[in-house]
Design a protein around this ligand. Structure first.
Ligand code: PMP
Length: 491
């Protein structure tokens, strides 16, 4: 059969039977039938360099992981109500990578589920604390970062500004408080303590208590944005002083991807009370986890927690095989080495092309911020998309992200090699030359940019700035009230 005809037919069939609000990558979606390492193959046999998939951490169709899963399925796959070596061993191995205050693991099936569980534990801890003090628990509020995404459940959508302030979003719940996105490239909102105090003050003014602060260790949906030095420690200090549990979402950046550390929070200089793991943990087999302090597990522990698939034998086998492959292939060191080369070459490219406003990253977690002009630093989502589509024509897969969708995101399987990095840089260089060298391409992109600005950039920027103003105003109002109270006490 003709692969192109089949691809078109599949698209029609999918549209007929599958959820209409699920998205497909690219204007002409790909029909991928096979993977190997950092490559994907379509039904016509074409090979693509995958710079996007951070789930297949140890490589597409990794043989050791597949053998471990299949071997376990051939024996038994049942739930965590039976004893199994795998569940205990995976928990131990995970804890061995974490600071000693994290002592207890729960296994789940997705990042959303694990974040939801972490939130439940934070709420339980606050209720227990109020109970011990003989008080009724205050309304449990949660603080998160602007542009964060923490999952598709009702609970996690509510703490995901990426969604609730995105197109067709439901808006912010009154129990959620959003810290402004620190933007090191533009120099905005870099004071973590001030932002945290604002979120806490906004909660108190609404009669609530922030029971949890959740953040990715690097803001992936925020456009591969790294916290400025000292930012997260300052937020944690403020949050803890107010009694909140600090949750690190490592779903995208964990498991050695950052090169210099196994976990992103280690680079951010903090020690969380709960850490959430997802995507890469099973290399594509549904597997996620939360690691928490003994205290959090104990206050949560009165009611049974049961999760049908969480911690099943096959999932544990997948998780153990992934950890083993990370060690065997020395993937953390490889991410550091390949990432350093990639970043250096991308920065050289940026120096030749003013529309590359910023190149940031660590290990194999890299963002390229595309702008309309280096002076205004105005986001250029249409140019970013143009580059992504050009790269597809050269069989290199990229994605775009960030609040304005103008950041090219690079987070490939960790088996990505130096040759792969060079191939990617070569294609990006070709794309940039093609775009800047063609009057017609530039004009088309500039026209699309204007439409994007109206539809997304301006409304998002307005929403984020309005939130930031509100957060800082709440902090200022609380500080003024405290100063007035001190003055009164002195009279
Ligand atoms: N947290 C982060 C940072 C994520 O990127 C995602 C998924 N994109 C999730 C949580 C949710 O994970 P899942 O899709 O497995 O539920």
């Amino acid at each position: 059969a003709d692969p192109e005809a089949r691809r078109r037919a599949l698209l029609q069939e999918r549209r007929a039977v599958y959820g209409p609000n699920t998205s497909l990558s690219y204007k002409q979606p790909l029909h991928i039938v096979r993977g190997a390492g950092a490559r994907l193959f379509d039904s016509g046999g074409a090979a693509y360099l995958d710079c996007v998939n951070n789930v297949t951490h140890v490589g597409h169709a990794n043989e050791a992981v597949n053998a471990a899963i299949c071997g376990q399925l051939a024996l038994v796959n049942t739930n965590s109500r039976y004893l199994s070596e795998g569940l205990v061993e995976l928990s131990k191995q995970l804890l061995a990578t974490l600071p000693p205050n994290l002592e207890v693991v729960y296994l789940c099936n997705s990042g959303s589920e694990a974040n939801d569980l972490a939130l439940r534990m934070a709420r339980a801890a606050a209720a227990a604390r109020a109970g011990r003090a003989g008080a009724a628990p205050a309304a449990p509020h949660v603080a998160c970062m602007a542009s964060a995404y923490h999952g598709h459940l009702t609970s996690t959508m509510a703490i995901s500004p990426y969604k609730f302030w995105g197109a067709h979003g439901a808006g912010k719940e009154p129990w959620v408080h959003v810290l402004p996105l620190p933007d090191t490239y533009r120099g905005h909102h870099l004071d973590g303590a001030a932002s945290a105090r604002g979120a806490l003050a906004e909660a108190r003014a609404a009669g609530g208590e922030v029971v949890a602060f959740i953040a990715e260790s690097v803001l992936s949906c925020g456009g591969q944005t790294f916290f400025p030095e000292g930012y997260l420690p300052a937020v944690y200090a403020e949050m803890r002083a107010a009694g909140a549990v600090c949750i690190a979402d490592e779903v995208q950046c964990g498991f050695g991807r950052m090169g210099d550390a196994f976990w992103g929070f280690q680079l951010a200089g903090v020690a969380p009370d709960a850490v959430v793991f997802g995507k890469p943990m099973g290399n594509g087999f549904p597997l996620s986890a939360v690691a928490v302090t003994r205290e959090l597990a104990n206050t949560f522990g009165a009611q049974e927690y049961f999760n049908t698939f969480g911690g099943c034998n096959a999932a544990a086998a997948a998780g153990l095989a992934v950890l083993s492959e990370i060690r065997r292939l020395d993937l953390q060191a490889s991410a550091a080495r390949v990432g350093a080369r990639l970043l250096a070459r991308l920065r050289a490219l940026a120096s030749e092309h003013p529309i590359i406003g910023d190149v940031r990253g660590r290990g194999l977690f890299v963002g390229i911020e595309v702008v309309r002009c280096p002076a205004s630093k105005a986001p250029a989502p249409a140019a970013a998309e143009w580059i992504k589509e050009f790269a597809l024509s050269r069989r290199v897969l990229l994605s775009t992200d960030g609040p304005f969708d103008n950041v090219l995101k690079i987070k490939p399987p960790m088996v990505f090699s130096e040759a792969d990095a060079d191939e990617l840089v070569g294609v990006l260089s070709e794309a940039l030359r093609a775009l800047t060298g063609s009057e017609a391409a530039r004009a088309a992109v500039e026209e699309a940019e204007a439409a994007r600005y109206e539809a997304r950039v301006a409304p998002t920027a307005a929403r984020y700035e309005e939130n930031a103003a509100r957060i800082y105003a709440a902090a200022a109002a609380e500080a003024a009230a405290a100063a007035a109270a001190r003055k009164l006490a002195l009279l």
